[in-house]
Design a protein around this ligand. Structure first.
Ligand SMILES: [Zn+2]
Length: 323
């Protein structure tokens, strides 16, 4: 149905109910319109907001936030939203200027910018900026969930009790995920605790679970991977006998193929340990299309590929087999 038809129908219904019912009836208010840039932020807003919010994510599965630029439809949605949530920390590099100017007209909150600087990681090739991939550590992400909750409360104070209750239950799930990750990743043998990925999205993961993390590209997928970086990593794979590397759902596997071929030419057999969700979640409507499912998938895939022990279908037995 065209948006304008739906809107006018809703307006008609609202007028009907306003005439028929006392104004104070709970639920008469229309849902808070929230637009979130990444799927992870949208998921938090949905978990917390329940029926009181209507959430739209701009970046779907497989979309790279470092490269994403807002479309005309996105701009329309954001200018009509009651609340716009974005990540910040230069994750949405191409949208930065637009978001700042939108902030003058709309309520716009950069949820990851609210993290204290002392918990953030810096990076050599990323001067004066912090690594934005904080969702890779559930303990850190739980602080972002709290920022999402507070932004919803500020935008719709009448929903405070519900938002707080939903957030508490979601935070319990995130804490359980954190416990699961610690438990299964600890079973990965010391010598194979090396995570080789397409770009440097896993440094918070590495810090939280004591893994060495090596990305072919830097913090942003916008930086080109030099041939030097590929041959340097080939040498590392060969020297340390690393047998598995990981591709990412939102990044091309071209560099990874070059890496595997380079290692093979030097006699080191390297397999793809699986596809990880680095900067985008799995398909909409699936378990992997939620924050919990995304991280469960990554943790379970990494653990099993690098010689540790984790149930094939993950923490809640909900992972798609062979995903
Ligand atoms: Zn990234």
């Amino acid at each position: 149905m065209a948006d304008w038809i739906r809107r006018s129908m809703l307006a008609g219904l609202a007028a009907f109910f306003a005439a028929a019912l006392p104004v104070s009836v709970a639920g008469a208010q229309s849902p808070l319109k929230v637009v979130a840039t990444t799927g992870m932020i949208a998921d938090a807003a949905r978990q917390i907001g329940g029926d009181l919010v209507e959430v739209r994510a701009l970046m779907g599965p497989g979309v790279d936030p470092h490269a994403y630029r807002q479309t005309r439809t996105d701009i329309l949605a954001m200018t009509r939203a009651d609340l716009v949530l974005w990540h910040g920390l230069y994750l949405e590099a191409q949208m930065e200027d637009f978001m700042h100017s939108l902030g003058a007209r709309r309520t716009v909150v950069a949820v990851a910018e609210e993290l204290p600087r002392n918990v953030l990681l810096a990076h050599d090739d990323y001067e004066n900026r912090y690594d934005p991939h904080v969702w890779m550590d559930p303990d850190l992400w739980s602080k972002v969930v709290v920022s999402v909750r507070d932004a919803l409360i500020a935008a719709r104070p009448e929903g405070e009790a519900l938002f707080r209750a939903n957030a508490e239950s979601h935070l319990d799930d995130v804490a359980a995920l954190s416990d699961y990750a610690k438990q299964v990743l600890a079973t990965v043998p010391e010598e194979t605790r090396v995570l080789v990925t397409a770009h440097d999205a896993f440094n918070y993961f590495g810090r939280a679970y004591d893994f060495e993390v090596l990305g072919i590209q830097g913090i942003s997928t916008q930086s080109e991977a030099g041939l030097n970086r590929v041959s340097e990593l080939v040498d590392t794979l060969v020297k340390r006998r690393i047998g598995a590397v990981f591709v990412e759902s939102s990044v091309s596997d071209r560099n990874m193929r070059a890496l595997i071929e380079g290692a093979a030419a030097k006699g080191q057999d390297v397999t793809v340990g699986g596809q990880l969700f680095s900067d985008a979640m799995g398909r909409d409507g699936t378990y992997e299309g939620t924050y919990i499912g995304m991280i469960d998938h990554n943790v379970t895939t990494i653990t099993r590929a690098l010689g540790g022990e984790a149930p094939e279908r993950g923490m809640l037995s909900r992972l798609a087999v062979g995903s």
